[in-house]
Design a binder for this molecule. Structure first.
Ligand SMILES: Cc1cc2nc3c(=O)[nH]c(=O)nc-3n(C[C@H](O)[C@H](O)[C@H](O)COP(=O)(O)O)c2cc1C
Length: 365
């Protein structure tokens, strides 16, 4: 039996295989509301055979979007639009997760193909917030706006927004929440010493820098049913001197496990323009980091980063680097990748259209 196609149960949720779709911004929402694009995109991934689909970074508040075209879960219109997408995916046998996020100082930006820089108010942008009063590119190109440093009230508000969005995710039918603690967005920017320059209880030593994430997790865990899985995406390293290290994030993973987090999705980078996993092949090193965190803390992990081949994915599961593999770009290229991988690995997967299969395929007309 193929280990990649063995089911995985976390709490009350069983995934049909170990293949997950990594969260991927689509930049197609209107006022945070999912569109026909999302129905088609997620629908095809569900038909393609993935066990779990994690919907793109979904903002817990309007100013938490990366761009004006990102999804949100701060109102009921957004819940309604996403519910039918979740239902369709479930009917195809995929379990649905959502990545809840606040973009922090990397919010209010243009879509990547339009340069990705900060949008001014007259361009549809907004003022940003962050742990400290320093822009994403403080030393560089000055394309980014300087955020306002958050007060304790801001911190409380944002944590409440995560909890409220988690309740809306439940209403929409999602069975898995991934809290976005990576890529330089708000929660990672608290964790990273490259960004966080606070001198209160949210800054300084790792335990303090992790406080924002840990309190947010606790708020979400309070409203997210005990029998449903909760995950966190971390940037396991900042890649640059003076930033977060793998040892730091393994410690954070242990704290998350103790706080009731079921799985850590192991990504890297994004805190500053220099802090990029794409430099020097860093992204491909991420699955090994998932393995180290898994072995040292006992928490389940998701491995992600340049996974493109069936045997490569299966090896990650066999070598117990991770409980699931997540694919992003390869599943954009080919949403039916899991079906091709099943064929290659000799795994049995149900026909896409069982009745039609019986009627036509394998029979001469
Ligand atoms: C189009 C696109 C959008 C992405 N959006 C998100 C996102 O919303 N949240 C996130 O954490 N990562 C996002 N990522 C990163 C992916 O989830 C993934 O970690 C990364 O692409 C590496 O995986 P890959 O080598 O399989 O593509 C995005 C990547 C791509 C290509």
């Amino acid at each position: 039996m193929s280990s990649l196609f063995s089911p995985l149960t976390i709490k009350s949720v069983t995934m049909r295989n170990r293949i997950g779709v990594a969260p991927m911004c689509q930049y197609q929402a209107r006022d945070g509301v999912a569109q026909a694009w999302h129905q088609t995109h997620i629908g095809s991934l569900a038909m393609g055979g993935a066990g779990l689909i994690i919907m793109e970074a979904t903002a817990v508040r309007a100013d938490g979007r990366i761009t004006p075209y990102c999804l949100g879960l701060w109102d009921q219109a957004q819940v309604a639009a996403v519910s039918s997408i979740v239902k369709f995916a479930n009917q195809q046998g995929a379990r649905m997760g959502v990545q809840l996020a606040h973009a922090g100082r990397k919010g209010s930006s243009a879509r990547p193909w339009l340069g990705g820089a900060h949008l001014k108010a007259e361009e549809g942008g907004w003022d940003t917030i962050a742990p400290s009063h320093n822009a994403f590119d403080s030393d560089g190109t000055r394309l980014w706006k300087t955020p306002r440093a958050m007060t304790q009230d801001d911190i409380n508000d944002i944590q409440q927004c995560f909890a409220d969005a988690a309740q809306r995710a439940l209403q929409a039918g999602f069975e898995f929440i991934e809290i976005h603690g990576a890529h330089g967005y708000l929660l990672h920017s608290f964790l990273s010493p490259l960004v966080n320059q606070r001198n209160d209880q949210y800054g300084g030593k790792l335990e303090n820098r992790a406080r924002m994430l840990m309190e947010t997790v606790a708020k979400v865990r309070q409203v997210w049913p005990e029998d449903l899985p909760l995950g966190v995406r971390l940037s396991m390293t900042d890649w640059v001197e003076g930033g977060l290290t793998l040892d730091d994030t393994i410690q954070v993973s242990a704290w998350l496990k103790a706080a009731g987090v079921d799985i850590v999705d192991c990504s890297t980078g994004g805190a500053t323009p220099e802090s990029r996993g794409s430099i020097n092949g860093g992204i491909a090193q991420q699955p090994a980091m998932a393995g180290k965190a898994r072995r040292q803390t006992g928490i389940m992990t998701m491995a992600v980063g340049e996974i493109t081949a069936a045997q490569q994915a299966q090896d990650i599961i066999n070598q117990e680097e991770a409980d699931m593999v997540l694919l992003a770009r390869q599943l954009l290229r080919d949403p039916y990748w899991p079906r091709h991988a099943a064929k290659e690995l000799g795994a049995d997967v149900p026909a896409l259209m069982p009745d039609l299969h019986k009627l036509f395929i394998g029979k001469n007309p």
